[in-house]
Design a protein around this ligand. Structure first.
Ligand code: ADP
Length: 482
């Protein structure tokens, strides 16, 4: 079974968030299966670290027509941990300061999507399935059906789209169709790409794919509603028959408190004494009082309103009246960066706002904290809460999307649970739940230790989710034979 996994980012080469983790770990897991030949295609951004860049092999280069222009495309290849990666090289599009957020993202990913299709005959490897991810590669199905439908070799390719976050859709002027994609307006219909008077890449992906998945069962339900569907709920309801929610896993090799290279001390479920040492190490590093008794609350997050940080702002004064320390690591909206810096100045003994993207500090926070705060307004899956649990740090989350599917709330009668959660997205519920968690922390130490062990023994491996994707691939191939 030949599968091409198309993504705009994948760790360890390029990562801005969860998609980067998934696009690394899922193909790696599927590649262990002798029945699956899965390869990954990514843009060749100039951000690639030297250690990888110097191993790249140039395997082909050619030109193709992107609307009215003739553009260059280089293909570089790398075999890494059992997976073949192709990198699409064009400096004009991918030698930029950031992976996304550029003024011409619509054209950059139109180029990327078209280049992926053009590449297949050149490298002489035609997949049976193309697995697209998010809006950046969501135009591939429409292109295969419209611009490339006459190509015999590509005719039987089946198309899967995974939605990692429906908020980002890729909405652009309809003139992109002739000018950049080089097509007519065949796909510019309500049951195609058209949304109002624009084209919507993600809508096209939903309509033209054979299967659509998203990254948790609860989010799969939520996006069918106007509240969470970001304007695409009606389209999704029409396509519900092909929609599935498959929970993400986390990479257990990278996220392992026993071996994590970013940690100066290691621990496991049987002996947590080094977790306490890591707390003291982090407190020292951040110039916070070194006291293992003070509960340490951690946040590692993009700083956007998706992550519920407006609630954290609202409760900050109340929260820091408690005997707690709070460490926030993240970058994002100026508004949050500024307000967390402000609170850091106001509460210098209790709060650290580390406004950076720092993988090492992230792992140290997961390990050193007692509570991991993630009150997301919506959360397609969320990886951070799973990483926290694996490190014995109890997540405190809003019951939405993947947070609802992965965190089992503490039940004070049975002692069951792996964290804390609240329903009803408002400041009072968040504050109430934090106070309840602190009460368990201070006054029910045994119950707390039990929760920590339960959290650490949860299975967040990729093996089951990978099987679920494989089942979809198998189904699709059966359909194409029939
Ligand atoms: P999302 O994809 O919505 O950002 P996820 O929880 O799915 O959220 O994944 C976030 C990933 O990015 C996690 O691996 C998390 O540790 C990492 N991350 C987020 N912010 C930072 C940061 N400032 N520094 C380092 N890693 C970060």
């Amino acid at each position: 079974m030949k599968v091409l996994y198309a993504s705009a980012e994948a760790a360890p080469f390029f990562k801005t968030g969860g998609l980067g983790d998934v696009a690394y770990a899922l193909p790696k897991e599927l590649a262990k299966d002798p029945e699956i030949d899965i390869r990954v295609v990514l843009p060749f951004y100039s951000q690639m670290a030297n250690e990888y860049a110097q191993q790249l092999k140039e395997i082909a280069h050619f030109r193709f027509q992107l609307g009215q222009r003739n553009v260059y495309c280089g293909i570089k290849q790398l075999n890494y941990q059992g997976v073949t990666y192709y990198f699409i090289d064009n400096l004009a599009y991918f030698d930029r300061a950031t992976l996304y957020g550029e003024w011409d993202d619509g054209e950059r990913f139109a180029y990327f999507s078209t280049a992926i299709i053009e590449m297949l005959e050149v490298i002489n490897w035609i997949p049976e399935i193309i697995h697209c991810n998010d809006w950046q590669t969501a135009m591939i199905p429409a292109l295969l059906i419209d611009r490339y439908h006459w190509k015999e070799s590509l005719k039987n390719i089946r198309k899967v789209l995974t939605i990692h976050n429906i908020r980002f859709q890729g909405v652009y002027d309809a003139s992109m169709l002739p000018n950049v994609f080089g097509t007519g307006f065949n796909t510019f219909t309500e049951d195609g790409l058209k949304e109002k008077n624009h084209i919507n890449y993600l809508k096209g992906g939903i309509n033209f794919s054979d299967r659509v998945t998203t990254v948790s069962p609860t989010y799969a339900e939520e996006i069918l509603t106007p509240e969470f569907g970001e304007g695409l709920d009606a389209v999704l309801r029409l396509n519900k028959w092909k929609l599935n929610g498959i929970i993400n896993g986390i990479d257990l090799d990278i996220n392992n408190p026993k071996t994590d290279n970013y940690l100066p001390y290691h621990y496991d479920q049987k002996d947590l004494s080094n977790k306490v040492k890591l707390k003291s190490h982090l407190q020292k590093q951040l110039f916070l009082e070194q006291d293992s008794q003070i509960p340490l609350i951690g946040i590692v997050s993009r700083l956007t309103d998706q992550k519920g940080l407006q609630l954290v702002e609202q409760i900050m004064d109340d929260l820091l009246q408690q005997n707690v320390q709070l460490v926030i690591l993240g970058t994002g909206d100026q508004r949050f960066e500024d307000s967390f810096r402000y609170f850091e100045q106001k509460y210098p003994d209790q709060l650290r706002a580390c406004i950076q993207f720092n993988l090492e500090l992230a792992q140290q926070i997961y390990a050193a904290s007692d509570i991991f705060l993630m009150p997301s307004a919506f959360e397609p899956c969320g990886l951070s809460q799973m990483i926290a649990m694996r490190y014995g740090t109890l997540p405190l989350v809003h019951e939405t999307g993947g947070l609802k599917d992965t965190v089992e709330a503490y039940n004070k009668y049975t002692g069951q649970g792996t964290g804390f959660s609240f329903n009803g997205f408002n400041r009072d519920n968040l504050l109430f739940t934090i106070k309840m968690a602190l009460d368990v922390y201070f006054n029910q130490k045994k119950a707390w230790q039990k929760l920590v062990k339960q959290a650490m023994s949860k299975d967040f491996s990729w093996s089951e989710p990978a099987q679920a994707y494989k089942a979809i691939y198998i189904d699709l191939l059966k359909e194409s034979v029939n």
